[in-house]
Write a protein that binds this ligand. Sequence first.
Ligand code: SAM
Length: 201
Amino acid sequence: MLDIGCGTGRLEAALAGRARVWGVDAEPAMLDVARRNAPDATFKHGRAEQLPFKDGWFERAVMWLSAHLFDRQKAFAEARRVLGREGRLAVVTFDPSYFDAFWLNTLFPSMECADRARFSTAAELEGELRAAGFAYVELANLSQRGAHTRAEALERIRGRHISTFDLISQEEYEAGLARAEQELPECFEYRVEWLIAVADG
Ligand SMILES: C[S@@+](CC[C@H](N)C(=O)[O-])C[C@H]1O[C@@H](n2cnc3c(N)ncnc32)[C@H](O)[C@@H]1O
């Protein structure tokens, strides 16, 4: 299995002993952490748009919260190329409805627009996968509830834990952090709306 945009290797760690997994990522620092987290997996530096693997090398491929960062047309075509005939790609991403009530939206008002521009709707994702050569695409939605304590939420904001922080100005970031420090409740619930596409053929 190939994990494209593997980050810190959390999928590789979860699959240890159950599958032979390769991870590929464009950031060497991510790969350093991934190698520590999942010593049994194999990691390679590379870009989703130009995968450093032979044609038909993998049975399965996954893009977990990474497709929104790729040139999707190129990355999906590359995934199709490195998968064998019976190969299957799973794209796990946020459904745009997630941004209707994303807990950071009120603190950082321009985040919603920045995220909606990066994440495909279900129909767009299906079209992109078909255009890249996948004949069959199945879509599923999954709704997941979670909760953060105030301390966890502040730690995430201070660590700029999602790439959307790179798309807002420093002024907006500082103002939002100051509001979060004053206004966040001790504990709050949130919901993640996942969109999962499984493509093959
Ligand atoms: C939000 S993280 C998700 C990581 C991992 N899939 C997970 O869910 O824990 C996205 C990852 O994609 C990587 N990435 C961004 N653009 C990339 C590209 N063009 N090719 C390969 N990796 C890329 C980033 O370095 C980052 O590690």
